[in-house]
Design a protein around this ligand. Sequence first.
Ligand SMILES: Cc1ncc(COP(=O)(O)O)c(C=O)c1O
Length: 390
Amino acid sequence: MPSIYLDNAATSFPKPPAVAEAMLRYMQENGASVNRGVYASAQEAGMTALLLREELCRLFRHGDPAHCVLTSGNTMGLNMVLRGWLRPGDHCLVSAMEHNAVMRPLQALAENGVTFDRVPCDGQGRMDPEDLRRLIRPNTRLVLIAHGSNVGGGVQDAAAVGKICRAYGIPFVLDAAQTAGHWEIDFDGWGLSALSAPGHKGLMGPSGIGVLLLAPEFARGLTPIVTGGTGSASDLEVQPMYMPDRFESGTPNLPGIYGLEAAAAFILRTGVPVLQAHETDMTGRLLDRLREIPYIRIAGPRERYSRVGVVSVDFQEADNAEAAFRLEKAYGILTRCGLHCAPAAHRTLGTFPQGTVRLSPGWFTTAAEVDAAAAAIAEIACGKGFRKNS
Ligand SMILES: Cc1ncc(COP(=O)(O)O)c(C=O)c1O
């Protein structure tokens, strides 16, 4: 039985073939580090890292590749911002849809005198930026929101939030885990102070690498949470101030840099609007079919626009974990069930504690796969002998 991969919100699969090819080429033919050698292969590795920074800046409309920090992933990028910026006495605003990559560092900081509020979201997971404005306090030092929800797929109005933050002089950080590579993002235009994204989801690169874009002014006030060798200013025992070295200590993930560079080039070549149109088509098709099925509830927005391709299903008569298990075992359909590391989002959408079965189409998903998934869900939702109470 061929499998149908519908878990792109966890990590995109498959990847464009150029990604693995670039990683293999690096491993077999280069093998050098960056900033740490003058020989030709080291220079080439350095140029690939620079090319990647330039491509990511073009993708997110950020003007300065030196402020494109390569991280070990999105969770690291978010920790770098939260832990490097907030101090005891500071107040932070987040949405009611955040991932634990934000909530856990924030809860840890709360033990040290940082306070935070969650801006409420409606039953679809969307926040009214005016509610955010009302929660701003004199000591609010940071606003951080998930751009797209990894539970319901709703997308927040980042431009409107950016406008409010600019008016109050509060740094605004976007967790672009579910929108990078899926949606057009305008770092400079929206007035972002930072954007963090993983390389392995919509950017279609490998895991173990991510990007943290910083606005120069924000970078100047951000303390690195990791310090160490940068291959530069080696006469100094203190962390250099210049970018991106200030936030890039230690030998980086070079296979990851090569893979992500190939992925970013693929995305730029294809164009985000084209990628987004396909995702919208597949997601809309899935939603249209799911709306016809009894005994399930769709958590989050039910329309195809103003969203990403993340569709959460709550089986009303069957256990969600069992449904996901059966989707794989009987139909070869790969989904994710549970709370998706975002309990707050489930509370907002009314699916806590049972969670949901999440289906997330990607660039390589076909209409036939979507139809097969919907047909399987219909059978499970209505299936005899598979009801919660039977
Ligand atoms: C909205 C959101 N934020 C943060 C993360 C954490 O990303 P990673 O696990 O790639 O570090 C995820 C991953 O699912 C996510 O969906």
